[in-house]
Design a protein around this ligand. Structure first.
Ligand SMILES: Cc1ncc(COP(=O)(O)O)c(C=O)c1O
Length: 446
């Protein structure tokens, strides 16, 4: 057998500086825990990339993949496949998109690209503009980078060239609209989108694409935002696409984050991935409302990738949906999210470095770290990461808990199956690590 070289010498890893990559090798997992090749157990407080909602190696999903593999591994979309049909039906039922359709993709990036294609085609605005937010993330293909409001990749994909317009986000802690309350910030952000649509001409704008509340980049829109945005897009006759790639499947305390705002807040299209299979196999989806589906019905679709709607992935998705239902994981996320938020709020009283704790509608919360609570000066300018926070993450891992951060924000998003005692253990450790971080900060400023 060939000698196996260390992965850090042979694999090009994503979203990192290559010669800084130095991660443990994971050989197994169960529940909220991952197991390393040197026999350690790590508590996963981020569900890897906020995707392992059902924990690692969920037995029901592993079994479903195995059973499907024995029957049929693959046929293209040109043929029907049983698990594909079953999953589409269940998804339409769960999303409340009766009479709609599902287009299966390989993940979140191509779900967003396809949602944009469908919105343009169904609206009869083939080159229509798409409105998205600054400080958003919608994927890493060229079109998805243009959709994303991410300064780091702006030079690679010019939004104008992809006919994408960015607007400031409803970031109420640092409201770009200068408002005083959360509610006002959400309303001002929605009003700005209505204005941008008006300036460009509603007949030239195909869709607005946004996350309903919890944002991948740590911004959580106030509750006033999404309903106001839904009203504004209805009035303008512009489709609303909800990117639920991260926020879907219980992460925000509902099946889908927009459901927090009731039926009237229903988007025209939504994109899914991550929690759809709980990351056991790659799968994404665009769910189209009956109206959008009807508009596309007689049209030719010049799109699709070889592995769209892969039967193995659909079988995993079906087992995942059954598990969310049977284990009441959405209710569990809501209850544990509330407990997590309360404990984080208690930490906020103890640690001056915490500027704001937000979220916790479900098992997704953000802790924003600041140098000064009064001025709200961030620990490091976005999207940089302060060395003391890097040290906190390393120290957490060394003591058996994996935390995630974006810039100066800590993102807490454990699997929805995490046990109460595991969550308490992780938050106790975070409490101690924040105390140590404060000492490090004092040391570095004196
Ligand atoms: C909100 C959101 N949209 C889209 C994506 C892209 O999904 P994928 O990495 O599956 O392509 C992500 C991934 O992090 C995401 O969080």
């Amino acid at each position: 057998m060939a000698i196996v070289l260390p992965e850090r010498q042979t694999v090009l890893h994503s979203w990192c500086v290559q010669n800084e990559w130095d991660a443990p090798t994971i050989v197994g997992g169960d529940g909220a825990r991952l197991h390393t090749d040197d026999g350690r157990s790590i508590l996963d407080m981020s569900s890897l990339a906020e995707c392992s909602n059902l924990g690692h190696q969920h037995p029901r999903i592993v079994k479903a993949i195995r059973a499907q593999a024995e029957k049929l591994c693959f046929v293209t979309n040109a043929w029907g496949a049983e698990p594909r049909a079953q999953l589409a039906s269940l998804l339409l039922e769960r999303t409340g998109y009766a009479g709609g359709r599902v287009f299966f993709t390989l993940g979140g990036t191509d779900a967003n690209e396809h949602a944009v294609k469908f919105a343009r085609q169904a609206s009869g605005k083939p080159r229509g503009w798409i409105v998205t937010r600054d400080r958003s993330y919608h994927g890493a293909s060229y079109a998805a980078m243009a959709l994303s409001g991410d300064a780091r990749t702006r030079a690679q994909a010019d939004p104008e060239a992809f006919r994408v317009l960015h607007v400031p986000p409803p970031y109420s802690y640092r409201c770009p609209y200068g408002t005083r309350t959360d509610a006002e910030c959400g309303e001002a952000a929605a009003a700005r989108i209505a204005e941008v649509i008006g300036e460009r001409g509603a007949e030239k704008v195909a869709a607005v694409l946004m996350e309903p509340n919890a944002g991948t980049n740590g911004i959580i829109a106030p509750d006033s935002f999404w309903p106001a945005l839904r009203r504004a897009t209805h009035e303008a006759g512009v489709y609303l696409i909800a990117d639920e790639v991260m926020s879907g499947f219980g992460r925000c305390g509902e099946w889908f984050a927009w459901q927090r705002y009731g039926e009237a807040a229903h988007p025209d299209l939504m994109t899914l991935a991550k929690g759809l299979t709980g990351a056991h196999l790659p799968l994404g989806a665009v769910v189209l409302s009956a109206q959008v589906a009807r508009a596309l019905e007689p049209q030719m679709l010049y799109t699709g990738l070889t592995y769209c709607g892969h039967p193995l992935s659909c079988a995993a998705g079906l087992a995942a949906l059954e598990s969310y239902l049977e284990e009441d994981l959405i209710g569990r996320s809501r209850a544990l999210g509330k407990a997590m938020r309360e404990q984080l709020r208690r930490m906020e009283l103890r640690h001056a470095v915490i500027g704001e704790v937000r979220g916790g509608h479900g098992l997704f919360a953000v802790v924003e770290l600041v140098r000064d609570r009064l001025t709200r000066e961030p620990l490091a300018p976005w999207p940089q990461q302060h060395p003391a926070l890097r040290k906190l993450l390393q120290e957490g891992l060394r003591r058996g808990v994996s935390f995630a951060a974006r810039g100066n924000l800590l993102l807490l998003a454990p699997p929805l199956v995490i046990r109460e005692n595991e969550l308490a253990e992780a938050l106790d450790l975070l409490d101690r690590l924040l105390a140590e971080l404060a000492i490090d900060l004092k040391g570095s400023s004196s």
